[in-house]
Design a protein around this ligand. Sequence first.
Ligand code: DGL
Length: 236
Amino acid sequence: MIDSGIGGATVCKQIRQTVNGCDYMYIVDNANFPYGNKDKKDLIRIANDCVELANKLCNSLACIVIACNTLTAIAIDWLRQRYPYITFVGTEPAVKQATEYSAGNILVATTYASARSDRLKKRFDGEFIKFVAFPELASMIENDAHEKDISQYIENVANELTFNFDCIVLGCTHFVHVKHIFERIFVKQVFDGNKGVASRVRSIVGKCNEWSCGVEIVLTKPDEYKLLQLQRLLGI
Ligand code: DGL
């Protein structure tokens, strides 16, 4: 699993609850955090570096999960072309679930880079699908900002919106950590794509060795505090 920070932990937890007995490596690219304000060229170079690192560190890779909506939106097509022999699982916003739930507008909350991505616009085309960037939110979550400040920030972005919406899709894995805040502020249904990622992984790896199911955390920049934060979030 690859992410810029703690967002990937929400994906990792869901995968570990769904798939039995795999060994996991979670590459936390904290050296390049945040991804959401970087351009396409940088994100492709970063994605390539992370995949090279995964290839170097893992000797039998069943798949690489891009546990990050931004990297999926910007780089997964490029990665699939560059590494045709690797199975990549991307993290996509759960727009399909949201359209089954509602016929009205859907707010998809993302990073700045995802909100501008051509891939997402093409994949989830429709006037009722509203991509909205929350540019500072991933950093606030990564840096353990106070819940009150996170709520205030989300409300500030929402106050600028010029449309109504029926439900929300979290299009950034960091935002899943504060799903309860979105639910509390908007009192609306909030979806995330993590269950979809986990079932895709289960369909790829099937049932494997029941006994080993550890997570090795690899930081791209040493940071004791980050490691402790991740261990706490993953319950390891
Ligand atoms: N967790 C990432 C995502 O899902 C990105 C956060 C960031 O590095 O900006 O989009």
